[in-house]
Design a protein around this ligand. Structure first.
Ligand code: MCN
Length: 795
């Protein structure tokens, strides 16, 4: 079935209420901490209080003797059992020229700690309190070493003695480049005008509502392990843990990610705690639970963003882009986390063409180890960094060329597809002018001058900011991922099990942790089979039940996981048609299927889906060499391309120059997600993304002390999370150009809001402050920073 026929089916485009919400709203959800296993014990991790230190010795005697303690483990035990370090750099094999440095990442520190919160020891006791008390008794003798926390210090080598890893004495991990440098340099030499911009993309801490949690369990009788874990991709977790770290046969390990209270990217990695619990479960022959407290989450969840960049755009006299060059320094933190090498490279640099016809783009990335928590994918992963840089630069180009924020964009928009960018990606479809036009109407841009005058009359500054983003999601087509140096493609698997009575259970490798898959995937199946949505159940998050899966990230679930289910449904339909043909004594070629009924073309013969499903399981005289009993199909789907959601966002801010308080007064987002399955869920996804993106622009900022490497924003007292009253009512609009290469016509929506919004906010802040002489500004626009920018412009 083609995408266009699919979009016309019942339930597609219907705002059905989420099936999963009943259990969440009535307290019946089952998160990892809700799972209570027999004779469950508790683990607490001893973490490094230092950013960088040599471990001289660890004395665990007192801890071992403490009440209730079952075991105390250190890096020495890990080494003795030949447990490998965590896999790193899974997505890039090598870089242009020099190989990427992949230092060991032991699950418990061996000889050295490299960030505050690094794992030093694990204490297991009968109760959590006993484990906490015993952890206090672990004595670690450290020699504190100099720490480096930001890329400027790392790149300049300013801090003597701050080499984190032997294999990277200058703390440099890799250099990566894309684009034709010679062609870019030539275009710059002939430019009428060059706009330059230095900017910082501030580090963020993910803060999912449910902190990380895991339970390790071991069955002596079957020699099987089970890991319950708050995670976004249980099959990948199992693969990495068995094949790379523990050397176990994969079929002996079951990973279950039950209800997960948000992940935003921070739960796609294999974390040290997960391995420690699985390993120790066998050693102690106990079920062992660990639940992070919020302070641990701040210290040890993978952080996001943290780029320092210089960008330049070459233009002709009319503001047409000729070429762009970018140099980015990416902070990787203390170790190379699972997807960390992909974030500032294939998920970032390839997006820097944006929505524009810039003929040449050259991007160079240097990445650095620092004494901070590992940095990895966080909602958008690379694409927010690309969009922030490009959309800030484009607005500045407009201002320098005397063009409005809309005009500079419109002059450079791509208008025909497919469009091959100079940085590897080929966009299949879009309509960027339509998004811009609709956004301007919804935002009432025509009324901005009057609103600005009204603000001025109150002594307030008003600004408007644009951002026209594009992102690549539906990650990742194996062919493109492979061509860009990835070690694995990221297809998806779906199994459709039709029961004799015609109800359906679907097993998907995608994982829902807030995105509503149990509803939208059921809509897809119900639409396709012509059965009620209530008759479809979606099972995910369990390697023991789902055949295979690559998990959820990069807004890939509907476009890759959903497409795998569609492929399995194709097989179901083909087989069901054979059964229907047999039942109606017709040829398979004459059978049509729609609206839940099989008909013989050109006759009035028909039978419902339920009759065919029953026939598949009861004895019939169809020839077994032609048709096996049962109606159960599995499919793997590997997309041929990414999907490319795009849109224009317009933000209006009002700033009190006396206090620096910045209020987002209006925010309009017009997105193109192709065919939409459930508009209400998509709207919720956009709202969530916008809140995270505007949160980054206005409030959130992770700060480490430059000298000691201590995390200064280690709690909600210092790390400002956005709240509902920080936002106006968002105005949302949609343009629909269906994706051309997946059977649903969908493009991902899960990250767009977080990708497109930060530059819209900061462009608005700068628009408001430009009359006061403020030329540049880095996120977040907290009152103090805005006020300071105004004061320094005055000085
Ligand atoms: N959808 C739709 N029509 C479309 C596109 C999507 O109806 N054209 C629906 C999908 O069927 C799905 C939801 O919207 O129910 C999101 O789909 P998709 O864009 O495919 O994204 P994923 O399901 O793969 O979710 C991943 C994405 C990412 S990468 C992050 S980070 C993120 C996000 O989703 N983390 C979240 N949204 C989150 N929402 C919650 N509540 N919690 C998180 O951790």
């Amino acid at each position: 079935m083609g995408a266009s026929d699919f979009s016309k089916l019942p339930h597609i485009g219907e705002s059905l209420k989420r099936k999963e919400d009943y259990r969440f709203l009535t307290g019946a959800g089952q998160y990892t901490d809700d799972v209570v296993l027999a004779a469950q014990s508790h683990a607490v991790f001893v973490r490094s209080p230092h950013a960088h230190a040599k471990i001289n010795s660890i004395n665990i005697d007192a801890a071992k003797a403490a009440p209730g303690v079952l075991g105390v483990f250190t890096g020495a035990d890990v080494a003795a059992d030949n447990i490998n370090g965590l896999p790193c750099g899974w997505l890039i094999t090598s870089t242009n020229g020099e190989p990427m440095k992949e230092p060991p990442h032991p699950i418990l520190a061996q000889g050295k700690v490299r960030y505050v919160g690094d794992h030093v020891a694990m204490v297991v006791a009968l109760t959590q309190q006993q484990a906490r008390d015993a952890a206090e008794l672990v004595e670690v003798d450290y020699d504190v070493l100099p720490a480096v926390v930001n890329v400027a210090d790392a790149a300049s080598g300013a801090v003597a003695g701050a080499a984190l890893h032997d294999i990277a004495p200058d703390n440099h991990c890799f250099k990566w480049a894309i684009g034709d440098k010679g062609a870019v340099d030539a275009a710059f030499a002939n430019a009428a005008h060059v706009t330059k911009l230095d900017l910082i993309n501030n580090r963020l801490i993910p803060n999912a509502m449910e902190p990380r949690a895991a339970i390790g369990s071991y069955n002596r009788a079957s020699d099987e392990y089970t890991l319950y874990v708050s995670n976004q991709n249980p099959h990948v977790e199992r693969l990495l843990m068995t094949a790379f770290v523990m050397g176990l046969p994969e079929h002996k390990v079951r990973v279950i990610a039950p209800d997960v209270g948000g992940g935003f990217g921070s739960k796609i990695y294999l974390y040290a705690e997960d391995v420690c619990l699985t390993w120790a479960a066998k050693k102690l022959n106990r079920n062992i639970k660990w639940v992070a407290d919020r302070s641990e989450a701040f210290l040890s969840d993978a952080h996001g963003r943290d780029h320092v960049s210089h960008a330049e755009m070459a233009m002709d006299k009319d503001g047409k882009f000729l070429a762009m060059r970018v140099h980015t320094h990416a902070n990787l933190g203390a170790y190379l986390s699972t997807f960390a090498s992909a974030v500032p490279t294939i998920l970032y640099a390839t997006l820097l063409a944006g929505q524009y016809t810039t003929p040449q783009v050259y991007v160079e990335v240097d990445s650095w180890f620092t004494n901070t928590a590992p940095v990895d994918a966080y909602r958008g992963a690379g694409r927010p960094e690309a969009t922030y840089l490009l959309e800030r630069l484009v607005t500045r180009c407009g201002w320098e060329m005397g063009l409005g924020q809309d005009e500079i964009r419109k002059r450079n928009f791509i208008t025909s597809w497919p469009y091959q960018t100079p940085v590897a990606l080929q966009y299949d479809v879009g309509d960027y002018h339509a998004c811009m036009t609709q956004a301007q109407q919804l935002a009432d841009v025509a009324g901005f001058a009057a609103r600005k005058a009204a603000s001025e009359a109150k002594g307030l500054k008003r600004g408007i900011g644009y951002s026209s983003y594009i992102e690549a999601c539906g990650i990742a087509p194996s062919n493109i991922a492979g061509a860009l140096g990835a070690r694995a493609g990221l297809f998806e698997c779906g199994e459709v099990r039709v029961h004799p009575t015609g109800s359906v259970t679907v097993f998907t490798g995608s994982h829902s942790h807030g995105q509503g898959h149990e509803t939208t995937f059921a809509q897809v199946v119900a639409a396709r089979l012509g059965i009620p949505v209530e008759n479809v159940d979606i099972v995910h998050g369990d390697t023991g039940r789902v055949p295979f899966g690559m998990g959820t990230y990069g807004s890939r679930s509907i476009s890759v996981g959903g497409a795998a289910i569609m492929k399995a449904l194709d097989k179901i339909e083909a087989k069901a048609k054979k059964i229907a043909a047999h039942l109606m004594e017709a040829s398979d070629a004459d059978i049509d299927f729609s609206g839940g009924e099989f008909t013989v073309r050109g006759t009035d013969k028909k039978i419902p889906f339920g009759q065919v499903s029953l026939a598949a399981y009861v004895p019939h005289n169809y020839p077994l060499d032609v048709l096996e009993p049962g109606l159960n199909e599995t499919a793997f789907y590997d997309p041929t391309n990414f999907t490319f959601p795009a849109g224009t966002y317009i933000c209006e801010v009002e700033i009190d120059p006396q206090t620096g308080v910045t209020r987002v007064d209006k925010f309009t987002a017009v997105d193109d997600f192709g065919t939409i399955i459930n508009p209400m869920i998509v709207e919720g996804q956009v709202h969530g993304g916008l809140v995270q993106g505007i949160g980054q622009a206005l409030l959130e900022n992770c700060v480490y002390d430059r000298e000691t490497g201590q995390l200064l924003t280690g709690s909600f007292m210092d790390y400002a999370m956005p709240r509902a009253d920080d936002f106006p009512e968002f105005k949302l609009g949609h343009v629909c150009t269906p994706c051309t290469h997946n059977p649903l016509g969908t493009k991902g929506c899960g990250e767009a809001g977080a990708i497109g919004s930060p530059p819209a906010v900061i462009n608005a802040v700068l628009d408001a402050l430009r009359p006061l002489g403020v030329k540049d500004f880095d996120m977040p626009a907290s009152p103090h920073r805005v006020w300071e920018a105004i004061q320094s412009a005055k000085a």
